[in-house]
Design a protein around this ligand. Structure first.
Ligand code: CAA
Ligand code: NAP
Length: 250
């Protein structure tokens, strides 16, 4: 099957890393759908889509709140109706609510766990059966360096992102015999608005600790996703690919 006949959904597709993933997958010939939420700000997503079109990218958009199973269901069913089964799922959407644990309130804990971990169930559960039926699928979960090493101020985020590793490895075993691979990508600090929320002096200190001497670029993550999405990457499953400029080696 040609890439052009394959359908790829990227959650958080209009965000910093998500945009790069959508464009890289589109460059590789897939029919790409960018999931967005933005609290229902459809104008923002429409403007994003128009900008992509101006840049030569024909990317569809689909509204859905990944913390909500029913809302995700409506979103996925809409995509399946319009484009057919989803062949490639990139679980990329995520948030931070950084604070030290002693100050963390329940909303900061649960928002991060719901968005970054429970969404893995909400979205993947809704696409996996069609992948099993068609005996092909690629699920690529975006975790983080801070799942691997922990991070001061991110007990919620590190816990959720570390949970993704267990999810990836368990599901990979369940679906391996049906042509479906499940993998994790763990980016280090990438230049998007997410790291701009970190106070500047703290951010500068983090950057100084990255051996390559800079933050990563979204497209450096996107190319790993496209590699894993490829039909020829079928022997890679339950794996984690770290891309962090040498900040954490293991
Ligand atoms: N290790 C040890 N101590 C640390 C520390 C660290 N990494 N960071 C801060 N501290 C200490 C400070 O030295 C300070 O000590 P004193 O009280 O003795 O002076 C104390 O902790 C409080 O530090 P702050 O003044 O920074 O406290 P704050 O309450 O204003 O902020 C914080 C705390 C929110 C955790 C802030 O330090 C912060 O934002 N840190 C960065 C967190 C981070 O890296 N987030 C990543 C976001 S991007 C992302 O998540 C994407 C990804 O996957 C990589
Ligand atoms: P970003 O620009 O803030 O993108 C995050 C995306 O998540 C947004 O597009 C957002 O969509 C979406 N999202 C948030 N809550 C959602 C919800 N409830 N339902 C649906 N979508 C939701 O951040 P980014 O840097 O590109 O991050 C992308 C992923 O990479 C995240 O999982 C992040 O944890 C991970 N990561 C980032 C870094 C980094 O340094 N930047 C490093 C490691 C891992 P809307 O705006 O439409 O709501």
């Amino acid at each position: 099957m040609k890439n052009s006949q394959r359908v790829a959904l990227v959650t958080g597709g209009t965000g910093g890393i998500g945009t790069a993933i959508c464009r890289d997958l589109a460059d590789n010939g897939y029919q790409v759908i960018a999931g967005y939420y933005s609290g229902g700000n459809h104008e923002k997503a429409n403007a994003w889509q128009i900008q992509q079109a101006k840049d030569g990218y024909d990317i569809a958009i689909a509204y859905g709140n990944i913390t909500d199973f029913e809302c995700s269901k409506t979103c996925i069913e809409g995509i399946q109706k319009e484009f057919g089964a989803i062949d490639i799922l990139v679980n990329n959407a995520g948030i931070t609510r950084d604070t030290t644990f002693k100050r963390m309130d329940p909303s900061q804990w649960f928002e991060v766990i719901n968005t970054n971990l429970n969404s893995m169930f909400n979205v993947t559960r809704l696409v996996i059966n069609k992948m099993l039926e068609q005996e092909f699928g690629r699920v690529i979960n975006i975790s983080s360096i801070n799942a691997e090493k922990g991070q001061f101020g991110q007990t919620n985020y590190s816990a959720a992102k570390a949970g993704i590793h267990g999810f990836t490895k368990a599901l990979a075993q369940e679906v391996a015999s049906k042509g479906i691979t499940i993998n994790t990508v763990s980016p280090g600090y990438i230049a998007t608005s997410m790291i701009m929320d970190v106070p500047e002096p703290v951010r500068d200190k983090i950057c100084a600790g990255i051996p390559v001497g800079r933050f990563g670029e979204p497209k450096e993550i996107a190319r790993i996703v496209s590699f894993l999405a490829d039909a020829q990457s079928g022997f890679i499953t339950g794996s984690n690919i770290s891309a962090n400029g040498g900040q954490h080696m293991h």
